[in-house]
Design a protein around this ligand. Structure first.
Ligand code: ZN
Length: 357
């Protein structure tokens, strides 16, 4: 990497029209951790910009910053004292390789695309878990006066979809029998109808598993409606475009409204319906709070100092909403958003669209 570092130094010393060139580094978080020699987001000290521990990032308190010189000296100690024993990485603040590129960390852009993908996916996974809980409540509801659909889910578990499909087939065949013109074809329809009715009787119970109930399983169809199709070959994750669409109020509110709508179709139990309404309310607040932050910083325009306090308020408000809903679930990407995005904007006065990966 000597060549690269020499060229970076040359660039830094280059002037154009009386202006000195500033060299930034950006990339996704795994790349940045590799470049600067850190273990990565799973380490005890997961943050490139400060010395927070995984445990401490649940709180919003400020931590001692890292510097390029610190990364170098921590790695030297790791090399000499531990003999590069990775089991002792935490004793050296997870600095396990020599930093490759000589750029001060305040010129390294927080990976906003990575943060966006992580945050929106985290919200959606939490929403799926909440929808799953509603399905489980409907499935386990033993009230003798419960709605027919609720009874169906209790009786059939995962096989509720098979039963619904068979019912549709029967309705179609009944139509064919009623309106079939030729005598011979009418008999064929009748045979098929009788077979389908027999098959319906044989559908039995299998326990309800995760993401298989009606409330959770319809979420993918709503995403699809908004052209958000999670990549199944990539752990059902989102792309940047998916996240942009997701954060439009008409999209995330449609997704949460579908939870209430489907719950009401499947149960009349007021406690379960209340839970569904509360999920909608909370996730709408959460997505609204994050969408404000996203709109503030995910663009290519200059950011004036006068806007900084409103950006800080929006980030703090989002994190407070998140922590209130999900205790001890802050991920390193949210810590970077909370602690390191604003100082970068404050120093460089631009949105992350210009310096993001
Ligand atoms: Zn940090």
């Amino acid at each position: 990497m000597t060549d690269v570092n020499t060229k970076i130094t040359q660039l830094r010393n280059t002037e154009w029209n009386g202006k000195r060139i500033v060299v930034f580094l950006h990339g996704d978080y795994d790349f940045l951790c590799k470049v600067f020699g850190l273990s990565g987001p799973q380490g005890t000290y997961p943050c490139l910009w400060c010395l927070t521990t995984k445990k401490q990032l649940q709180e919003s308190t400020e931590k001692e910053p890292r510097t390029f010189a610190f990364l170098k000296s921590a790695f030297e100690k790791f090399k000499i004292e531990s003999g590069e024993d990775k089991r002792k990485a935490a004793q050296y603040h997870n600095c396990i390789h020599e930093p490759l590129i000589d750029i001060e960390l305040h010129k390294v852009s927080p990976p906003y695309l990575h943060i966006l993908l992580g945050v929106v996916l985290k919200h959606h996974r939490m929403l799926e878990q909440a929808a799953d809980r509603i399905d489980k409540q409907i499935y386990e509801d033993k009230n003798p006066d419960r709605a027919d659909n609720s009874r169906l889910l209790s009786n059939l578990g995962n096989n509720w979809q098979k039963w619904m499909q068979k019912q549709k087939e029967i309705a179609f065949l009944e139509g064919c029998v009623a309106f079939g013109e030729a005598e011979s074809s009418s008999q064929t329809w009748m045979e098929q109808l009788e077979n389908a009715q027999e098959e319906l009787e044989t559908i039995s119970h299998t326990p309800l598993t995760s993401r298989s109930g009606p409330v959770c399983s319809q979420l993918d169809a709503v995403l699809d409606k908004h052209a958000i199709t999670p990549q199944s070959y990539h752990s059902r994750s989102f792309t940047g475009n998916h996240c942009n669409k997701y954060l439009h109020p008409e999209v995330f509110k449609d997704i949460t409204a579908s939870i209430v709508r489907t719950t009401c179709e499947w149960t009349s139990n007021p406690f379960i319906v209340d839970d569904a309404n509360e999920i909608k309310l909370n996730f709408d607040l959460l997505n609204e709070a994050y969408a404000l932050v996203h709109n503030d910083i995910s663009h290519t325009y200059p950011i004036a100092p006068v806007s900084l306090s409103s950006i800080k308020t929006n980030i703090d408000s989002y994190m407070a909403t998140y922590r209130r809903m999900f205790k001890k679930k802050v991920i390193p990407k949210q810590h970077i958003l909370e602690s390191h995005c604003l100082p970068f904007i404050q120093e460089h006065k631009i949105g992350f669209g210009l310096v993001g990966e």
